[in-house]
Design a protein around this ligand. Structure first.
Ligand code: FAD
Length: 292
């Protein structure tokens, strides 16, 4: 099923993101993650695409997407990046996805990594969206940034580029993580004002340890509300307490988002099904509720 078809069914779409385990992890660790996630019945699971392609991971993105689709019978979405593949490589990966019945691709520019010089066949995500969309086989999604992409001059320019991705064929958007729902609401207002009508999922990351948030914030530039900083100062050195507080914070965000009629929640699971479970348990009946 194409992701865009999941929307408009009267309930909030709930999806999860996983990443291919590194070579240093056991090859079957992805099965442990997926075994844990299948019980929370996500509408789809997406798989990230690393800067090193498949060279520093146990299984490739396409392979894991196929496992999700065919062994777990959950709709899968494979991420694909401009910096990580040439036109030829993208064609090969898309053929592999099509052969294994994976119908959805999240087209991204990709994070630049000094260890891997970027491929340059596609410069921006809109070019990759268009390339995939023209094949006609896939539902294409793209990323958006409630707090503005760090390289954009301002929100207006960023939304203009977002519109280019939608005009190129993206039929669904997933947001970067954020910790203040008001940032998401004002962004969504501006997105709709710009004439972008496709479903937008809110990206939520449960922060369960201090190191994780320091790395994420330096990478994506998300701002931390005072309330959140207080939690980190108080519980950052106590892993169990930080996990409880991070889960509670994410649950509070999700409850507010669903009550405000958000179309979808995309959980950055960090391959931690226990945390995803606890969050799902807290909001399962809200997700099932009709959204208006
Ligand atoms: P783009 O849409 O190309 O935008 C990047 C910047 O360029 C923005 O500032 C934009 O305003 C500007 N821009 C866009 N189009 C144009 C244009 N035509 N001309 C000039 N400027 C333009 N990274 C990975 O490496 N692997 C992943 O699996 C991955 N998954 C992600 C999933 C989600 C949901 C999100 C939100 C991000 C993910 N990322 C991933 C990170 C993402 O690749 C980075 O944020 C990257 O810096 C931007 O990607 P993009 O697709 O939004 O790029």
């Amino acid at each position: 099923m194409k992701i865009a078809q999941l929307f408009g069914k009267g309930k909030t779409v709930f999806s999860c993101e996983v990443f291919p385990p590194k070579k240093t992890s056991p090859v079957d660790s992805i099965y442990k993650t997926l075994d844990g996630l299948k019980d929370i019945h996500p509408d789809f699971i997406s798989v990230t695409f690393g800067a090193g392609g498949s060279s520093n991971v146990n299984q490739s993105t396409a392979e894991i997407a196929s496992i999700i689709q065919n062994q777990y019978h959950i709709t899968a979405m494979a991420h694909l990046t401009c910096v990580g593949c040439t036109k030829g490589e993208a064609t090969e990966i898309l053929a592999q996805l099509k052969n294994s019945g994976v119908e959805n691709v999240l087209a991204l520019r990709g994070d630049r990594n000094p260890d891997f010089p970027p491929k340059e066949d596609f410069l921006h995500a809109n070019e990759l969206v268009s390339f995939i969309h023209r094949r006609g086989d896939f539902g294409v999604s793209a990323a958006c940034y409630p707090e503005v992409h760090p390289e954009a001059r301002d929100l207006e320019e960023d939304i203009q580029h977002l519109k280019e991705k939608v005009d190129a064929g993206a039929t669904h958007l997933i947001s970067q993580l954020f910790f203040d729902n008001n940032d998401f609401y004002s962004f969504l207002y501006r997105v709709r004002q710009a004439g972008i009508t496709v479903p937008v999922e809110a990206g939520i990351m449960p922060v369960t340890n201090r190191k994780q948030i320091e790395r994420m914030v330096s990478l994506c530039g998300a701002s931390l509300p005072k309330k959140f900083v207080r939690i980190m100062h108080r519980y950052g050195d106590d892993p169990a307490a930080m996990q409880d507080a991070g889960i509670a914070y994410a649950v509070e965000q999700i409850v507010d988002l669903i009550s405000n009629g958000v179309q979808g929640i995309h959980l950055y699971t960090m391959n931690n099904p226990t945390v995803a479970h606890r969050i799902n348990q807290a909001v399962a009946s809200l997700i099932r509720c009709a959204n208006r």
